[in-house]
Ligand binder design. Sequence first.
Ligand SMILES: Cc1cc2nc3c(=O)[nH]c(=O)nc-3n(C[C@H](O)[C@H](O)[C@H](O)COP(=O)(O)OP(=O)(O)OC[C@H]3O[C@@H](n4cnc5c(N)ncnc54)[C@H](O)[C@@H]3O)c2cc1C
Length: 323
Amino acid sequence: MGMAKVWVVPEIQDQKLKKISLEMINLARRLGEVEAFLIGDGVSALAAELGNYGVSKVIVAEQADLKTYTTAKYARVLAEGIKREQPEIVLIGNTATGLDLAPRVAQRVGAGQISDVIDYVEGNFIRPIYAGKAFQKVSPAAYPLIVTVRPNVFPVAEATGGTAVVEKAEVSLTSDDLRVLVREVVRQVSSRPELTEADIIVSGGRAMKSGENFRILEELADVLGAAVGASRAAVDAGWRPHQDQVGQTGKTVSPTLYIAAGISGAIQHLAGMSGSKVIVAINKDPEANIFKVADYGIVGDLFEVIPLLTAECKRLRNVEQAG
Ligand SMILES: Cc1cc2nc3c(=O)[nH]c(=O)nc-3n(C[C@H](O)[C@H](O)[C@H](O)COP(=O)(O)OP(=O)(O)OC[C@H]3O[C@@H](n4cnc5c(N)ncnc54)[C@H](O)[C@@H]3O)c2cc1C
Protein backbone atom coordinates (compact mmCIF):
# COMPACT_ATOMS: atom_id res chain seq x y z
CA MET A 1 0.00 0.00 0.00
CA GLY A 2 1.24 3.49 -0.80
CA MET A 3 0.59 6.40 1.54
CA ALA A 4 -2.55 5.23 3.27
CA LYS A 5 -5.21 7.71 4.29
CA VAL A 6 -5.61 7.16 8.01
CA TRP A 7 -8.45 8.62 10.02
CA VAL A 8 -8.41 9.29 13.71
CA VAL A 9 -11.77 9.71 15.41
CA PRO A 10 -10.85 11.86 18.42
CA GLU A 11 -12.60 11.46 21.73
CA ILE A 12 -13.71 14.71 23.24
CA GLN A 13 -14.76 15.58 26.76
CA ASP A 14 -15.74 19.07 27.91
CA GLN A 15 -14.66 20.44 24.50
CA LYS A 16 -11.16 19.07 25.03
CA LEU A 17 -9.32 16.24 23.31
CA LYS A 18 -8.93 13.24 25.56
CA LYS A 19 -5.46 11.76 25.85
CA ILE A 20 -6.39 8.73 23.73
CA SER A 21 -6.96 11.10 20.80
CA LEU A 22 -3.29 12.14 20.78
CA GLU A 23 -2.17 8.56 21.34
CA MET A 24 -4.11 7.50 18.25
CA ILE A 25 -2.45 10.27 16.24
CA ASN A 26 0.92 8.87 17.25
CA LEU A 27 -0.01 5.47 15.80
CA ALA A 28 -1.67 7.06 12.76
CA ARG A 29 1.50 8.92 11.89
CA ARG A 30 3.27 5.57 11.60
CA LEU A 31 0.56 4.29 9.25
CA GLY A 32 0.20 7.05 6.69
CA GLU A 33 -1.31 10.45 6.00
CA VAL A 34 -3.27 11.47 9.08
CA GLU A 35 -6.71 13.03 8.93
CA ALA A 36 -9.21 13.44 11.75
CA PHE A 37 -12.98 13.10 11.73
CA LEU A 38 -14.30 15.27 14.51
CA ILE A 39 -17.87 14.76 15.74
CA GLY A 40 -19.66 17.03 18.20
CA ASP A 41 -21.00 20.49 18.77
CA GLY A 42 -18.73 23.51 19.15
CA VAL A 43 -15.67 21.35 18.51
CA SER A 44 -14.20 23.02 15.43
CA ALA A 45 -11.78 24.98 17.64
CA LEU A 46 -10.01 21.68 18.23
CA ALA A 47 -9.04 21.46 14.57
CA ALA A 48 -6.09 23.80 15.10
CA GLU A 49 -4.87 21.69 17.98
CA LEU A 50 -5.09 18.56 15.84
CA GLY A 51 -3.12 20.29 13.10
CA ASN A 52 -0.40 21.04 15.61
CA TYR A 53 0.00 17.28 16.18
CA GLY A 54 0.49 16.40 12.55
CA VAL A 55 -3.06 15.97 11.30
CA SER A 56 -3.18 17.30 7.74
CA LYS A 57 -6.94 17.56 7.36
CA VAL A 58 -9.78 17.76 9.86
CA ILE A 59 -13.31 16.96 8.76
CA VAL A 60 -15.77 18.43 11.21
CA ALA A 61 -19.24 16.96 11.66
CA GLU A 62 -20.81 19.59 13.81
CA GLN A 63 -24.37 20.07 14.91
CA ALA A 64 -26.31 20.73 18.13
CA ASP A 65 -27.76 17.20 17.94
CA LEU A 66 -24.25 15.77 18.11
CA LYS A 67 -23.36 17.43 21.40
CA THR A 68 -23.63 14.21 23.36
CA TYR A 69 -22.74 10.74 22.16
CA THR A 70 -25.38 8.23 21.24
CA THR A 71 -24.65 5.14 19.20
CA ALA A 72 -27.12 5.76 16.39
CA LYS A 73 -26.19 9.39 15.72
CA TYR A 74 -22.44 8.97 15.81
CA ALA A 75 -22.50 5.69 13.86
CA ARG A 76 -24.57 7.33 11.12
CA VAL A 77 -22.32 10.35 10.81
CA LEU A 78 -19.07 8.41 10.89
CA ALA A 79 -20.23 5.64 8.54
CA GLU A 80 -21.41 8.22 5.99
CA GLY A 81 -18.15 10.09 6.30
CA ILE A 82 -16.16 6.92 5.64
CA LYS A 83 -18.27 6.00 2.61
CA ARG A 84 -17.81 9.46 1.17
CA GLU A 85 -14.12 10.03 1.86
CA GLN A 86 -12.87 6.43 1.80
CA PRO A 87 -10.02 6.38 4.29
CA GLU A 88 -8.14 3.08 4.34
CA ILE A 89 -7.78 2.87 8.11
CA VAL A 90 -9.99 4.38 10.82
CA LEU A 91 -8.64 4.54 14.36
CA ILE A 92 -11.12 4.64 17.24
CA GLY A 93 -10.35 4.45 20.97
CA ASN A 94 -10.69 1.05 22.60
CA THR A 95 -12.79 2.77 25.25
CA ALA A 96 -16.36 2.36 26.43
CA THR A 97 -17.61 4.77 23.75
CA GLY A 98 -15.25 3.55 21.05
CA LEU A 99 -16.18 -0.08 21.60
CA ASP A 100 -19.82 0.87 21.31
CA LEU A 101 -19.27 2.80 18.10
CA ALA A 102 -16.64 0.84 16.17
CA PRO A 103 -18.44 -2.45 15.38
CA ARG A 104 -21.59 -0.62 14.36
CA VAL A 105 -19.64 1.51 11.92
CA ALA A 106 -17.60 -1.46 10.66
CA GLN A 107 -20.81 -3.30 9.84
CA ARG A 108 -22.29 -0.32 8.03
CA VAL A 109 -19.30 0.28 5.82
CA GLY A 110 -18.49 -3.41 5.35
CA ALA A 111 -15.12 -3.09 7.06
CA GLY A 112 -13.13 -5.57 9.10
CA GLN A 113 -12.28 -4.60 12.65
CA ILE A 114 -9.13 -5.19 14.66
CA SER A 115 -9.78 -4.52 18.34
CA ASP A 116 -7.63 -3.63 21.31
CA VAL A 117 -4.48 -2.91 19.35
CA ILE A 118 -1.38 -2.32 21.48
CA ASP A 119 1.36 -2.16 18.87
CA TYR A 120 2.13 -2.03 15.18
CA VAL A 121 5.14 -3.97 13.93
CA GLU A 122 6.22 -4.48 10.32
CA GLY A 123 2.77 -4.10 8.83
CA ASN A 124 1.02 -6.09 11.55
CA PHE A 125 -1.29 -4.86 14.26
CA ILE A 126 -0.59 -6.56 17.58
CA ARG A 127 -3.38 -7.38 20.04
CA PRO A 128 -3.50 -9.49 23.19
CA ILE A 129 -5.60 -12.66 23.14
CA TYR A 130 -6.53 -15.31 25.73
CA ALA A 131 -6.76 -12.65 28.42
CA GLY A 132 -3.25 -11.41 27.70
CA LYS A 133 -1.56 -14.85 27.67
CA ALA A 134 -0.63 -14.55 24.01
CA PHE A 135 -0.34 -11.91 21.32
CA GLN A 136 -1.86 -12.04 17.89
CA LYS A 137 -0.39 -10.40 14.80
CA VAL A 138 -3.06 -9.26 12.40
CA SER A 139 -2.26 -7.94 8.97
CA PRO A 140 -4.89 -6.02 7.05
CA ALA A 141 -6.40 -8.03 4.19
CA ALA A 142 -8.92 -5.48 2.93
CA TYR A 143 -9.80 -1.83 3.33
CA PRO A 144 -11.42 0.08 4.87
CA LEU A 145 -10.29 -1.24 8.19
CA ILE A 146 -11.50 -0.20 11.63
CA VAL A 147 -8.90 -0.40 14.39
CA THR A 148 -9.61 0.23 18.06
CA VAL A 149 -6.57 1.41 20.00
CA ARG A 150 -5.97 0.57 23.66
CA PRO A 151 -5.53 3.73 25.78
CA ASN A 152 -2.27 4.46 27.61
CA VAL A 153 -0.14 2.25 25.38
CA PHE A 154 1.05 4.52 22.58
CA PRO A 155 2.83 7.70 23.63
CA VAL A 156 1.04 10.97 23.01
CA ALA A 157 1.98 12.38 19.57
CA GLU A 158 4.60 15.08 19.59
CA ALA A 159 3.67 18.52 18.35
CA THR A 160 4.77 19.34 14.79
CA GLY A 161 3.66 22.94 14.67
CA GLY A 162 1.60 22.09 11.59
CA THR A 163 -1.77 23.36 10.50
CA ALA A 164 -4.70 21.31 9.28
CA VAL A 165 -7.04 22.02 6.41
CA VAL A 166 -10.55 22.13 7.85
CA GLU A 167 -13.60 20.85 6.02
CA LYS A 168 -17.21 20.64 7.12
CA ALA A 169 -18.95 17.29 6.76
CA GLU A 170 -22.55 17.05 5.68
CA VAL A 171 -24.66 15.76 8.50
CA SER A 172 -28.04 14.24 7.78
CA LEU A 173 -29.55 12.63 10.82
CA THR A 174 -32.88 10.88 10.51
CA SER A 175 -35.61 10.74 13.14
CA ASP A 176 -34.54 7.13 13.70
CA ASP A 177 -31.09 8.32 14.77
CA LEU A 178 -32.65 10.69 17.27
CA ARG A 179 -34.86 8.20 19.04
CA VAL A 180 -32.50 8.17 21.99
CA LEU A 181 -32.08 11.51 23.69
CA VAL A 182 -29.46 12.18 26.34
CA ARG A 183 -31.09 14.57 28.80
CA GLU A 184 -28.31 14.87 31.30
CA VAL A 185 -24.82 13.55 31.86
CA VAL A 186 -24.21 12.99 35.54
CA ARG A 187 -20.51 12.94 36.22
CA GLN A 188 -19.08 11.01 39.14
CA VAL A 189 -17.53 13.71 41.29
CA SER A 190 -13.98 12.71 42.03
CA SER A 191 -10.75 14.54 42.57
CA ARG A 192 -8.88 11.46 41.32
CA PRO A 193 -8.05 10.72 37.70
CA GLU A 194 -10.24 8.44 35.63
CA LEU A 195 -9.15 4.79 35.84
CA THR A 196 -8.35 4.21 32.17
CA GLU A 197 -6.46 7.50 31.87
CA ALA A 198 -4.56 7.34 35.15
CA ASP A 199 -0.80 7.15 35.15
CA ILE A 200 -0.80 5.39 38.52
CA ILE A 201 -3.46 3.03 39.92
CA VAL A 202 -3.77 1.65 43.43
CA SER A 203 -6.09 -1.38 43.48
CA GLY A 204 -7.52 -3.39 46.34
CA GLY A 205 -8.96 -6.89 46.48
CA ARG A 206 -10.91 -9.15 48.79
CA ALA A 207 -8.27 -8.71 51.47
CA MET A 208 -9.47 -5.13 52.04
CA LYS A 209 -12.34 -6.74 54.03
CA SER A 210 -14.64 -3.69 53.79
CA GLY A 211 -15.44 -0.59 51.77
CA GLU A 212 -14.39 1.53 54.71
CA ASN A 213 -10.89 0.02 54.64
CA PHE A 214 -10.37 1.31 51.11
CA ARG A 215 -9.67 4.64 52.77
CA ILE A 216 -6.04 3.58 53.27
CA LEU A 217 -5.73 2.99 49.52
CA GLU A 218 -7.37 6.34 48.80
CA GLU A 219 -4.84 8.06 51.04
CA LEU A 220 -1.97 6.45 49.16
CA ALA A 221 -3.66 7.27 45.85
CA ASP A 222 -4.01 10.92 46.81
CA VAL A 223 -0.33 11.24 47.67
CA LEU A 224 0.57 9.71 44.29
CA GLY A 225 -2.13 11.46 42.25
CA ALA A 226 -3.43 7.99 41.44
CA ALA A 227 -6.79 6.43 40.66
CA VAL A 228 -8.26 3.69 42.85
CA GLY A 229 -9.20 0.36 41.27
CA ALA A 230 -10.57 -2.91 42.59
CA SER A 231 -10.78 -6.62 41.89
CA ARG A 232 -14.10 -8.18 41.10
CA ALA A 233 -14.20 -9.74 44.57
CA ALA A 234 -14.14 -6.25 46.09
CA VAL A 235 -16.77 -4.99 43.64
CA ASP A 236 -19.05 -8.01 44.12
CA ALA A 237 -18.86 -7.45 47.87
CA GLY A 238 -20.26 -3.95 47.27
CA TRP A 239 -17.15 -2.18 48.57
CA ARG A 240 -16.46 -0.35 45.30
CA PRO A 241 -18.65 0.61 42.32
CA HIS A 242 -18.42 -1.56 39.20
CA GLN A 243 -16.79 1.29 37.28
CA ASP A 244 -13.70 0.75 39.44
CA GLN A 245 -13.35 -2.92 38.47
CA VAL A 246 -10.18 -3.90 36.66
CA GLY A 247 -10.16 -7.08 34.62
CA GLN A 248 -11.81 -9.14 31.96
CA THR A 249 -15.31 -8.02 32.90
CA GLY A 250 -14.12 -4.64 34.11
CA LYS A 251 -11.72 -2.12 32.66
CA THR A 252 -8.46 -2.72 30.85
CA VAL A 253 -5.81 -0.40 32.18
CA SER A 254 -2.17 0.17 31.31
CA PRO A 255 -0.77 2.74 33.71
CA THR A 256 2.90 3.40 34.31
CA LEU A 257 2.51 2.00 37.83
CA TYR A 258 -0.08 -0.48 39.13
CA ILE A 259 -0.10 -1.27 42.83
CA ALA A 260 -2.16 -4.38 43.68
CA ALA A 261 -2.98 -4.76 47.35
CA GLY A 262 -4.49 -8.03 48.56
CA ILE A 263 -5.29 -9.25 45.07
CA SER A 264 -4.46 -12.89 44.29
CA GLY A 265 -3.84 -12.39 40.57
CA ALA A 266 -6.58 -14.49 38.99
CA ILE A 267 -6.28 -14.68 35.20
CA GLN A 268 -9.41 -12.53 34.82
CA HIS A 269 -7.82 -9.77 36.89
CA LEU A 270 -4.49 -10.02 35.07
CA ALA A 271 -6.35 -9.64 31.77
CA GLY A 272 -7.14 -6.07 32.75
CA MET A 273 -3.79 -4.94 34.14
CA SER A 274 -0.88 -7.09 32.95
CA GLY A 275 -0.07 -4.43 30.35
CA SER A 276 0.92 -2.01 33.12
CA LYS A 277 4.51 -0.85 32.83
CA VAL A 278 5.52 -1.48 36.43
CA ILE A 279 3.51 -3.74 38.75
CA VAL A 280 3.91 -3.73 42.52
CA ALA A 281 2.10 -6.47 44.44
CA ILE A 282 1.45 -6.60 48.16
CA ASN A 283 0.23 -9.96 49.38
CA LYS A 284 0.52 -12.08 52.54
CA ASP A 285 0.92 -15.23 50.50
CA PRO A 286 4.37 -15.57 48.88
CA GLU A 287 2.89 -18.11 46.42
CA ALA A 288 0.18 -15.70 45.19
CA ASN A 289 -0.15 -15.71 41.42
CA ILE A 290 0.11 -11.91 41.26
CA PHE A 291 3.84 -12.20 42.05
CA LYS A 292 4.33 -13.92 38.67
CA VAL A 293 3.55 -10.68 36.85
CA ALA A 294 4.86 -8.27 39.49
CA ASP A 295 8.08 -6.32 38.98
CA TYR A 296 8.27 -5.67 42.72
CA GLY A 297 6.65 -7.88 45.35
CA ILE A 298 6.09 -7.17 49.01
CA VAL A 299 5.14 -10.21 51.08
CA GLY A 300 3.27 -8.83 54.03
CA ASP A 301 0.04 -7.60 55.54
CA LEU A 302 -1.31 -4.75 53.44
CA PHE A 303 -2.75 -3.08 56.54
CA GLU A 304 0.84 -2.61 57.71
CA VAL A 305 2.52 -2.08 54.33
CA ILE A 306 0.14 0.47 52.79
CA PRO A 307 0.33 3.05 55.62
CA LEU A 308 4.13 2.73 55.56
CA LEU A 309 4.18 3.27 51.80
CA THR A 310 1.89 6.28 52.14
CA ALA A 311 4.05 7.83 54.84
CA GLU A 312 7.23 7.25 52.81
CA CYS A 313 5.67 8.69 49.63
CA LYS A 314 4.53 11.74 51.60
CA ARG A 315 8.02 12.19 52.99
CA LEU A 316 9.59 11.91 49.52
CA ARG A 317 7.10 14.35 48.10
CA ASN A 318 7.91 16.87 50.82
CA VAL A 319 11.64 16.46 50.20
CA GLU A 320 11.00 17.05 46.50
CA GLN A 321 8.92 20.16 47.20
CA ALA A 322 11.49 21.52 49.63
CA GLY A 323 14.29 20.87 47.11
C1 LIG B 1 -16.10 -14.88 33.75
C2 LIG B 1 -15.32 -14.26 34.88
C3 LIG B 1 -14.96 -12.93 34.78
C4 LIG B 1 -14.21 -12.33 35.81
N1 LIG B 1 -13.84 -11.00 35.67
C5 LIG B 1 -13.04 -10.46 36.63
C6 LIG B 1 -12.58 -9.11 36.51
O1 LIG B 1 -12.92 -8.37 35.57
N2 LIG B 1 -11.77 -8.63 37.46
C7 LIG B 1 -11.37 -9.38 38.56
O2 LIG B 1 -10.61 -8.88 39.39
N3 LIG B 1 -11.82 -10.64 38.70
C8 LIG B 1 -12.65 -11.19 37.78
N4 LIG B 1 -13.11 -12.46 37.97
C9 LIG B 1 -12.89 -13.10 39.28
C10 LIG B 1 -11.55 -13.73 39.46
O3 LIG B 1 -11.58 -15.07 38.98
C11 LIG B 1 -11.18 -13.76 40.96
O4 LIG B 1 -12.18 -14.45 41.67
C12 LIG B 1 -11.00 -12.38 41.58
O5 LIG B 1 -10.14 -11.60 40.78
C13 LIG B 1 -10.43 -12.52 42.97
O6 LIG B 1 -10.32 -11.27 43.58
P1 LIG B 1 -9.20 -11.01 44.68
O7 LIG B 1 -7.88 -11.28 44.11
O8 LIG B 1 -9.48 -9.68 45.25
O9 LIG B 1 -9.60 -12.06 45.81
P2 LIG B 1 -8.87 -13.40 46.26
O10 LIG B 1 -8.61 -14.28 45.11
O11 LIG B 1 -9.67 -13.93 47.38
O12 LIG B 1 -7.45 -12.91 46.77
C14 LIG B 1 -7.24 -12.18 47.94
C15 LIG B 1 -5.73 -12.13 48.15
O13 LIG B 1 -5.43 -11.31 49.25
C16 LIG B 1 -4.37 -11.88 49.98
N5 LIG B 1 -4.49 -11.37 51.35
C17 LIG B 1 -5.41 -11.68 52.30
N6 LIG B 1 -5.26 -10.90 53.39
C18 LIG B 1 -4.21 -10.08 53.13
C19 LIG B 1 -3.57 -9.04 53.86
N7 LIG B 1 -4.00 -8.66 55.08
N8 LIG B 1 -2.53 -8.40 53.29
C20 LIG B 1 -2.08 -8.75 52.06
N9 LIG B 1 -2.66 -9.72 51.32
C21 LIG B 1 -3.71 -10.37 51.85
C22 LIG B 1 -4.56 -13.37 49.86
O14 LIG B 1 -3.32 -14.04 50.04
C23 LIG B 1 -5.09 -13.49 48.43
O15 LIG B 1 -4.04 -13.68 47.51
C24 LIG B 1 -13.85 -13.07 36.95
C25 LIG B 1 -14.22 -14.42 37.04
C26 LIG B 1 -14.94 -15.02 36.02
C27 LIG B 1 -15.31 -16.46 36.14
